[in-house]
Ligand binder design. Structure first.
Ligand SMILES: CC(=O)N[C@H]1[C@@H](OP(=O)(O)OP(=O)(O)OC[C@H]2O[C@@H](n3ccc(=O)[nH]c3=O)[C@H](O)[C@@H]2O)O[C@H](CO)[C@@H](O)[C@@H]1O
Ligand SMILES: C=C(OP(=O)(O)O)C(=O)O
Length: 423
């Protein structure tokens, strides 16, 4: 199993370029199922989840061709409607094919994703909303079986709680439903807006994306299009937090600073100086020591849960008592015990973690439990004294494009290695 070895204490400086957003690329890939025509997608990050989604699409009869940074997805001769558990279990976002399959092929069989390291993560809101569009939905042998032999019909749907992939699934399904669909209680994440932009290029009639009410006027068919996915705000935020922990002048290039407003606000409260440019964030060389801060994760435009673990790593270096409250997922504190193994002073009470800093972290072997927890451990390793080994980085490879290369280019000492069965 591959690991990272990090020699801490080296300052980061220079420019890091942000890749395309994994969480925008995944629904955009799923949306290609809505048309028979070729769809060209640019800016897809080269990360494992994208390869997995391409495998899912191939299983469903799509062809994915790569050429110079653009992926073209086109429907093959034989199509299928079954996304099997072997693929879904490695990536729960595979559930994003449910809405488009149902809309375009009128049936879908998608393995139930089950829970994961950060929480139970049911998909009940996806299923009840698709049923409101007229689909017949049942669970058989661990698969969601959905059928709409006469097609889907527009309806008014109120999500009981904001769900990002739930909003995306319904948005895709509604594009081909007969009549008007009004979705309320929608996610306002930039990734939802990006998907709506792509669907609009395909001929969908959508208004309100980016607000909590989205209206879709169904059309008979969608066409191909060319679309570039937005930059990854979570990757940008991860390097921003790294730069504040161990930076000596870092420019984060190719991001949309506005997508990180809530993060910049928290960092401002800690006394961080970050220069906001049109498509870049710059962390200047001279920083005064950071003060403790409070993070409370919320749906967009609030502080993203996908940066909570990395913010906790930063809090270990801030002066005083920081509070980190996780409101989205019930079990997203698995990094706490590993950060404590590096010497962090953290206590957890329910949804709240209290971090006392600054702490001189000391390198040791730690184990990644999920994607963002892995990133937090890498950040802590960069700040720690001596050698840190981060095990199970396959989690990290799901969502960060060549993180060790990007960090090495900034001056970090970090390498990927596979030590064999006994180490
Ligand atoms: C591929 C992708 O885009 N993943 C993101 C997406 O995940 P994902 O879309 O899976 O997360 P949701 O927004 O759906 O989850 C929000 C909360 O609602 C609950 N819930 C959700 C659906 C449902 O049917 N029933 C239910 O109870 C979840 O368990 C969770 O507690 O948004 C999360 C929250 O910003 C991010 O952390 C993930 O990185
Ligand atoms: C939780 C994440 O992804 P997923 O929803 O695919 O598990 C993430 O990107 O941090």
């Amino acid at each position: 199993m591959e690991k990272f070895r990090i020699f801490g204490g080296y300052r980061l400086s220079g420019t890091v370029t942000v890749s395309g957003a994994k969480n925008a690329a995944l629904p955009c890939l799923a949306a290609t199922l809505l048309t028979r025509e070729p769809v060209r997608l640019s800016g897809l990050p080269r990360v494992r989840d994208i390869l997995t989604m391409e495998k899912v699409l191939r299983t469903l009869g799509e062809h994915c061709q790569h050429d110079n940074g653009t992926t073209t997805v086109v429907m093959g001769q034989a199509t299928a409607t079954h996304a099997p558990y072997e693929l879904v279990r490695t990536m729960r976002a595979s559930v994003l094919v449910l809405g488009p399959l149902l809309a375009s092929r009128r049936q879908a069989r998608v393995a139930l994703p089950g829970g994961c390291a950060i929480g139970a993560r049911p998909i009940d809101f996806h299923l009840s909303a698709l049923a409101r569009l007229g689909a017949d939905i049942r669970v058989e042998h661990g698969d969601v079986v959905a059928e709409a032999p006469r097609g889907l019909f527009g309806a008014e749907i109120a999500f009981p709680r904001v769900t990002v992939t739930g909003t995306e699934n319904l948005l895709m399904a509604a594009t081909l439903a007969r009549g008007r669909t009004v979705l309320s209680g929608c996610a306002r994440e930039p990734e939802v807006v990006d998907l709506a932009a792509m669907l609009t290029l395909m001929g969908a009639r959508i208004s309100g994306a980016g607000t909590d009410v989205i209206e879709v006027e169904g059309v008979d068919q969608l066409t191909g299009c060319s679309h570039t996915v937005i930059p990854d705000r979570i990757e940008a935020g991860t390097y921003l937090l790294a730069a504040l922990m161990v930076g000596d002048g870092v420019r984060i290039e190719g991001c949309v600073p506005e997508h990180l407003s809530a993060v910049l606000e928290v960092l401002g409260s800690a006394g961080a100086q970050v220069e906001v440019q049109p498509q870049a964030l710059v962390v200047p060389r001279q920083q005064t020591p950071l003060r403790a801060f409070t993070v409370s994760t919320q749906e967009y435009p609030g502080f993203p849960t996908d940066l909570q673990a990395q913010a906790m790593a930063l809090a270990t270096q801030a002066e005083g008592r920081s509070e980190i409250v996780e409101n989205i997922f019930e079990n997203r504190f698995q990094h706490v015990l590993e950060l404590k193994r590096l010497g962090a002073d953290i206590s957890v009470e329910g949804r709240k973690a209290v971090v006392r800093g600054p702490t001189k972290l000391q390198g040791t072997t730690v184990m990644a439990s999920d994607l963002r927890a892995s990133a937090a451990l890498v950040l802590a390793g960069l700040a720690a004294e001596g050698e840190t080994v981060v095990d199970r980085i396959y989690h990290l490879d799901r969502g960060y494009e060549t993180m060790e290369v990007k960090l090495s280019q900034l001056g970090a000492r970090i390498e990927r290695f596979n030590p064999g069965p006994f180490l």
